[in-house]
Design a protein around this ligand. Structure first.
Ligand SMILES: Cc1cc2nc3c(=O)[nH]c(=O)nc-3n(C[C@H](O)[C@H](O)[C@H](O)COP(=O)(O)O)c2cc1C
Length: 296
């Protein structure tokens, strides 16, 4: 749908900032200090940068509710050391407070934070499923463990591996002991997928309209996790669900995933039953600084 974009000539400062930030060349300023013309509104992908940069609020855009266009204030900035401290205190939580439920309004704050993550071509096509029902998570765990059992069985046959691309075969071979340990934990009565967390969030998207579905979902989920942390909640990715869930018609049916969509990421959340007291180190980054001037 083409948006209706207008510039109020009375208040436009004619600096052309909208022309500079719009990567779709929707605005054109033929001469300096003139009101830009709107030449390609049909190319708009609704990023809103024109509205966000206009110092005089001269632009109106039918795709944006003007009351949600809010001035950026100094309090919205975070000092870098505080940000790093906050990032380092996030840990995967695998033990949750059994009695403390997570309120719906709290989960809504996470979903709201997800909206502001960048998406390829500004697709904003992610869809989320929030599960707070223990029986559903138990069923998902049972279906997931079935996938693991099938894989263990299937790859016991050496031919199954030798028919694959060697790199994939090597990866599967190294994953089999992990699959076996998950199955044995599950059979011992543990919950190696969801750790008895009170909430599971699954993100999926229509792959036909999304240019970078996995990246979009990963960024959005991490944004939710950071918001969760700021609200005193713990989180942990559930890699196995999104890695194998799409292979299972039962899982797709249970979650009502449309045929065009794929499950892209999933994580659990709840109030932590453990509290980390220290920051620990990570590997030094492996970086190659290419500083030599390129000579053709
Ligand atoms: C993509 C991804 C998938 C993950 N899947 C799982 C999982 O299925 N189960 C689990 O217990 N942890 C999972 N984790 C958590 C990692 O094990 C964890 O992030 C890592 O050990 C570092 O610990 P930290 O998150 O506490 O910093 C996953 C992490 C990522 C990034």
């Amino acid at each position: 749908m083409h948006p209706r974009i207008e510039i109020n000539h009375e208040i436009c400062d004619k600096e052309g900032l909208c022309v500079r930030v719009c990567i779709e060349d929707i605005f054109e300023q033929k001469e300096r200090s003139t009101v830009p013309a709107i030449v390609h509104p049909e190319a708009c992908f609704f990023c809103g940068q024109c509205l966000a940069i206009c110092p005089t609020d001269a632009i109106s855009h039918s795709g944006f509710e003007i009351s949600n266009v809010i001035p950026i204030t100094p309090e919205m900035k975070i000092e870098s050391d505080r940000l790093l401290g906050f990032l380092r205190t996030r840990r995967s939580i695998r033990e949750y407070h059994p009695k403390r439920r997570v309120r719906k309004e709290t989960i809504e704050k996470l979903l709201d934070a997800a909206r502001y993550a960048p998406t390829g071509s500004n697709a904003q096509s992610l869809e989320h499923i929030v599960i707070t029902d223990r029986a559903m998570m138990d069923k998902l765990a049972a279906l997931s463990v079935d996938i693991f059992r099938e894989k263990i069985l299937h790859f016991q046959d050496e031919n199954a591996l030798s028919n694959l691309d060697p790199r994939l075969a090597r990866r599967i071979e190294s994953d089999i002991p992990f699959y076996k340990s998950v199955v044995s934990e599950y059979e011992a009565g543990k919950d190696p997928f969801f750790y008895q967390a009170p909430v599971l969030i699954i993100t999926h998207a229509d792959l036909t309209i999304t240019s970078c579905p996995t990246e979009d979902a990963t960024l959005a989920s991490y944004q939710m996790m950071l918001m969760a942390q700021s609200l005193g909640l713990g989180t942990c990715y559930v890699g196995n669900l999104y890695e194998f869930g799409n292979e299972s018609p039962e899982i797709r049916e249970m979650l009502e995933i449309p045929v065009e969509n794929d499950i892209l990421i999933s994580f659990i959340l709840g109030y932590p039953a453990v509290r980390f007291r220290k920051l620990v180190d990570r590997h030094e980054p492996k970086v190659q600084w290419l500083e030599k001037a390129y000579v053709a």
